[in-house]
Design a protein around this ligand. Structure first.
Ligand code: TTP
Ligand code: MG
Ligand code: MG
Length: 443
């Protein structure tokens, strides 16, 4: 028996409630925590600004410093041109002390500890939390709140972070991960934006296309050549054209702009499912070609499961027929296993239903994962308890969908991160009392 399989776009009734929380100018906020005199001042956190240094980049800039055009990933020399250091301006009559700012080195150890404090609060407010970087996380709060309370919930979590940790967060609440991220970005700093189901497309309509998750400056420039300037334009674009131009990713950003995103918030490290999918250059109805592709996807998924020590109880396939009809089929086993040949066998068996159909994309997924070592069932060992239970709540697609990596243009500047990871300033308690000497202050 086939389960209902992988979910498509959630309907309004079953829409999940996803929150995205991202700290405002996080490293700068941390510096202000232990040096409150920096509140309200233009502040740059980065490397390479000390005398004799010339290489380095801005990790972040406070919103006051951003007004001078300083931003993450900018070369430090450029930042110093736009916003000289206070300490230099005091001594140089050609510079204005007023239009100068403060520079502080990166101190990862301290920021990690602040991040940990924030994390605890997030876990208090949601059953499912996926941390995606030092300063941001997705929360699935479907079981915790209702849409009518979303605004109040967002306010509460912001206040709690502010009061107990001392840094400001922006929060977005929406029916999907990608929309929640756009929402949290939209009114930064100190933002709170709730996009209810059914409002995603109207909300997106006039936003610049760069705001769509996964669209960076390079993609935006290419989209502009196609006259796609807003997220609304992207949502209304021809998916074939997008796919021709950007491949799979074209369809992904098209979906995001339409508010379609079936990624499930899953805690890091423990995916709910593992999958791989692959598109044909041209739709094909050649059964051998399709079966070959499914076979290799099945191998690759099974390998990944083995390498993650994951046992799976459900094996499924996805078959996309032109234009974009997604068909999913899945079969449950009596108990969790790690049996690569079985993944292939079941996937091919499920595929037989589609023999002769034109297929543009196929995928293989294993789900109902468990990670307990030594738990593997022998296939015959469950005495007929097994059934073909539909994978009702298994919406996760850990692999088929890209991780939340920084989008283009958000260069992470290996130098900055690597240097900072070494702990430029290992004394994390420095100025934690908020006392600042004038020498300190004018650095
Ligand atoms: P972000 O959340 O991207 O930026 P932010 O918190 O500084 O500012 P915003 O208010 O816009 O969210 O990144 C979090 C931290 O990661 C940031 O404080 C510093 C670090 N970072 C880098 O070191 N290099 C980079 O290029 C970026 C983008 C961030
Ligand atoms: Mg941030
Ligand atoms: Mg962030």
């Amino acid at each position: 028996m086939d389960g209902p399989g992988l979910p498509g776009t959630p309907t309004e009734d079953d829409a999940r409630i996803v929150a995205h929380v991202d700290m405002d100018c996080f490293y700068a906020a941390c510096e202000r925590l232990r040096e409150p005199a920096l509140d309200g001042e233009p502040l740059v956190v980065g490397m390479g600004f000390e005398p004799g240094e010339s290489h380095g980049a801005v990790a972040t800039a406070s919103y006051e410093a951003r007004e001078y055009g300083v931003d993450s990933a900018m070369a430090i020399t450029e930042a110093l041109d736009r916003l000289p250091r206070k300490v230099d301006a005091v001594e140089d009559p050609d510079l204005s002390v007023e239009d100068a700012g403060f520079y502080r080195p990166v101190d990862m150890g301290f920021y990690e500890s602040v991040s940990e404090d924030v994390r605890e609060i997030l876990h208090d407010h949601a059953g499912v939390v996926r941390e995606v970087s030092i300063d941001e996380a997705y929360l699935d709060v479907t079981d915790e709140i209702e849409w009518k309370n979303a605004d109040e919930w967002g306010r509460r979590i912001k206040t709690e972070i502010e009061e107990s940790v001392g840094v400001a967060a922006s929060v977005g609440v929406a029916p999907t991960m990608s929309a929640a991220k756009v929402a949290s970005d939209h009114d930064k700093p100190d933002g709170l934006v709730v996009i209810e189901p059914g409002e995603v497309r109207p909300f997106f309509a006039d936003l610049p296309v760069e705001e769509v998750h996964g669209v960076g400056p390079v993609t935006a420039a290419e989209l502009a050549e196609l006259d796609v300037e807003t997220a609304g334009d992207l949502a209304a674009a021809d998916p074939d054209v997008l796919e021709d131009r950007f491949g799979e990713r074209g369809l992904e950003i098209y979906g995001y702009a339409r508010g379609e995103d079936d990624r499930e918030v899953t805690p890091r490290g423990k995916p709910k499912s593992l999958s791989r999918e692959s598109a044909f250059t041209e739709a094909t109805s050649d059964p051998d070609e399709v079966a070959d592709r499914v076979r290799s996807l099945a191998d690759s998924v099974a390998d990944r499961a083995t390498s993650k020590d994951a046992l799976y109880q459900t094996i499924g396939i996805k078959v996309v027929t032109p234009p974009f009809d997604v068909n999913t089929r899945a079969r449950s086993l009596p108990g969790p296993v790690d049996e690569p040949p079985l993944v292939e066998e079941v996937a091919l068996d499920l595929l037989s239903e589609f023999e002769g159909e034109r297929v543009r994309k196929v995928g293989v997924r294993v789900s109902k994962l468990s990670f307990a070592a030594g738990e593997q069932a022998s296939l015959g060992g469950f005495g007929g308890e097994g059934n073909d239970a539909p994978e009702a709540s298994d919406a996760a697609d850990e692999a088929g969908i890209p991780d939340d990596t920084p989008s283009e243009g958000q260069a992470t500047l290996a130098g900055t991160w690597a240097e900072s990871a070494d702990g430029a300033d290992t004394d994390s308690s420095r100025r934690l009392d908020g006392q600042t000497t004038i020498e300190d202050f004018c650095r």
